[in-house]
Write a protein that binds this ligand. Structure first.
Ligand code: PGA
Length: 241
């Protein structure tokens, strides 16, 4: 595992964005796996800057997002569709038909999971997958206890995840109880993984994930088994290494 500790959040955002930008420059038809949450916002800003200032070209890339809430519409401001439009897609020259985010508003979530997996296979798999990490070690919405063999599926959010994400909603009661999440096995099939964490509050789980026992109780610990992971942390999130 390649671990890169940055002094500042801004430096981390730049390094992570550069890693993706360099990959896109070498392989213009890259298949990117993308994450939401507070952590990657700065990295997306930096990618937008590279698009505007250095002609970074998104026109041939394909994207797959890790997850989406079930039961809220694409247009809901807290949907991950809305997040991705606001934080990246509306500001770069990506082709809308190359964007794949699970449809949480569907009548048949199970079918949606199957077709999401199929689409990933059709394009030959994910080249570079971006991941954040939850305080409980989740990756995507794969909460503690999720089998490492899981593929894209309907998952129930834990109380701690609902609490963490309630900051985006009017109240915790408005946070959806379920989501569609890319599976752990699906994530592990990505050719390269970028794991990003920021802040003191992620230090303990990062230490457990990277150096603790490999166990479904800490979903991110599975990444110790992946051959090509680069970890980007600020010095606070890396303070227990
Ligand atoms: P955060 O979420 O970036 O908002 O901390 C990360 C996650 O839950 O995976």
């Amino acid at each position: 595992m390649n671990i890169i500790i940055s002094d500042t959040e801004k430096a981390l955002d730049r390094k992570a964005a550069d890693e993706i930008a360099n990959h896109i420059r070498r392989h213009p038809a890259t298949v990117l796996g993308l994450a939401t949450g507070g952590t990657p916002v700065g990295m997306y800003k930096e990618l937008i800057r590279l698009h505007k200032d250095s002609d970074l070209d998104f026109s041939r890339i394909t994207t797959f997002n890790l997850d989406e809430y079930i039961g809220i519409d694409h247009d809901h401001p807290c949907s991950y569709h809305a997040y991705m439009d606001e934080n990246l897609f509306d500001h770069v020259n990506i082709s809308k038909e190359n964007i794949n985010i699970p449809d949480g508003a569907t009548d048949s979530p199970e079918k949606e999971c199957e077709s999401f997996e199929e689409k990933i296979k059709e394009v030959g798999g994910i080249d570079v997958q971006v991941l954040g990490i939850g305080h409980n070690g989740h990756i995507g919405f794969n909460e503690p206890g999720t089998p490492f063999e899981s593929t894209t599926s309907v998952v129930e959010l834990t109380q701690s995840t609902k609490e963490a994400n309630s900051r985006y909603f009017d109240s915790i009661d408005d946070v959806p109880t379920h989501a569609i999440s890319m599976g752990i096995k699906t994530i592990m099939h990505a050719k390269k993984i970028l794991l990003i964490a920021k802040g003191e509050d992620k230090a303990e789980i990062m230490e457990k994930a990277l150096f603790g026992p490999i166990t479904p109780e800490v979903p991110a610990s599975v990444l110790q088994l992946h051959p090509n992971v680069t970890v980007f942390v600020d010095k606070e999130a890396g303070s227990k290494f």
